[in-house]
Design a protein around this ligand. Sequence first.
Ligand code: TRP
Length: 73
Amino acid sequence: MNDIHTDYIVVKAKDNGVQVIGLTRGQDTRFHHMEKLDKGEVMIAQFTAHTSAIKVRGKALIYTRHGVVDTEQ
Ligand code: TRP
C-alpha cells in the first residue's frame, strides 16, 4: 500500500456546521461525499482510490503529516 491509502488527516471542528467534502480521483474532480461536523467533533479520513482531495469549509483545525492548518489563519 502506498501513502495514498495510508495517510490520514484529522479535522477538528471549532464551530457547528463544518463541512468535510471528499472529491473524486480520476478524469473529473467532483464532490462525492459530504460530512457535517459540529463543534468539537473530529473526523479522521484517508485519501483513497476514490478520494484524491478533501475540502474543509468552516472553522476547523486540520492535522496532516505536513503540519496543522487552522482554516481561520
Ligand atoms: N467512500 C469514500 C472513499 O473510500 C470515503 C472517504 C474516504 C471520504 N476519505 C474521505 C469521504 C474523505 C470524505 C472525505 O474514498
